[in-house]
Design a protein around this ligand. Structure first.
Ligand code: DGL
Length: 280
């Protein structure tokens, strides 16, 4: 039994797609989340920079308040850049979102033609391509960087038609590819699930990599006997959400997406540190 929270990190609100699955699948577990909205997007940044930010956030989550018992790197770009680094530097289990996404796609595909939409950083890392090939060398992989979908989600746009137009334009490169499965290889993208499904068609299975990672989290908690001890732990009001950007925008998106009231605190970023700004 371990009553510490599970930590989540992302460049912004994207990691909330993993949190949403965790609230459903592991409702007894507290959440401690950092969205690095000020330094978003991570996708176009250098690998070393994303690794540095990820390490900074991992340390913050692990070393403030009661710490965390496990970290989910709820960001594909950060997983590609920093999973082994964080596993090496933090004294807790660290879970990435890419391998769970790979495994779910390998299970879902019938025709072995799989698409991956992700940030430029994730596409350039080839982490999905290599993972899919390792699982099935006969697979046909179509990778596409769709960075505008990250900024679209963070813009908090609510108009379906406007969102649909941008999704259609960003996904144009997949037309005629014959994919039967599409990995949402950026945790922001499930927030556009309806529009993406409309563009690719109902016959294409969408894989939500962030949500898939929660199966691995559950397995680690069980293997290490680390589930929250008090059942039911109904008080998600004490969950902790932090952003380095706008508290209001983050709070609005989080409350709507998670369908629970979320109160958000502001973190200030310095070159090497994150500092909690009280009262903001
Ligand atoms: N949500 C992130 C991911 O899964 C990154 C988006 C970004 O900051 O570019 O890759």
């Amino acid at each position: 039994m371990d009553n510490r929270a599970i930590g989540y990190m992302d460049s912004g609100v994207g990691g909330l797609t993993a949190v949403k699955q965790a609230l459903y699948q592991l409702p007894n577990e507290q959440v401690k989340y950092v969205g690095d909205t000020l330094r978003m997007p991570y996708g176009p940044r250098r690998t070393e920079e994303v690794a540095k930010f990820s390490l900074q956030i991992g340390h913050y989550l692990n070393e403030t308040a009661d710490g965390i018992k496990l970290l989910v790197i709820a960001c594909n770009t950060a997983t590609a850049a920093a999973l082994p680094l964080l596993q090496e530097h933090l004294p807790i289990p660290v879970v990435g979102v890419i391998q769970p996404g790979v495994e779910a796609a390998l299970n879902a595909t019938d025709n072995n033609v799989v698409g991956v939409i992700a940030t430029q950083g994730t596409v350039d890392s080839n982490a999905y391509y290599n993972g899919l090939m390792a699982g099935n060398p006969g697979i046909d992989v179509h990778q596409l960087a769709t960075p505008d979908l990250v900024t679209l989600v963070e813009s908090n746009e609510q108009d379906h038609d406007k969102k649909l137009a941008i999704v259609r334009e960003q996904l144009a490169g997949l037309a005629g590819s014959g994919i039967d499965t599409l990995i949402l290889g950026c945790t922001h993208f499930p927030l556009l699930m309806d529009e993406i499904q409309e563009v690719v068609g109902d016959e294409v299975t969408l894989v939500n990599a962030g949500a898939e990672a929660i199966n691995l989290v559950e397995q680690i908690l069980d293997d290490s006997d680390a589930r929250h001890g008090i059942y039911p732990m109904s008080n998600h009001e004490v969950d902790q959400y932090y952003t380095t950007g706008s508290v209001d925008t983050f709070g609005e998106i989080a409350t709507r997406w998670l369908d629970i009231p979320v109160s958000v605190k502001h973190l200030k970023t310095d070159a090497n540190d994150l500092t909690l700004i009280e009262g903001e």
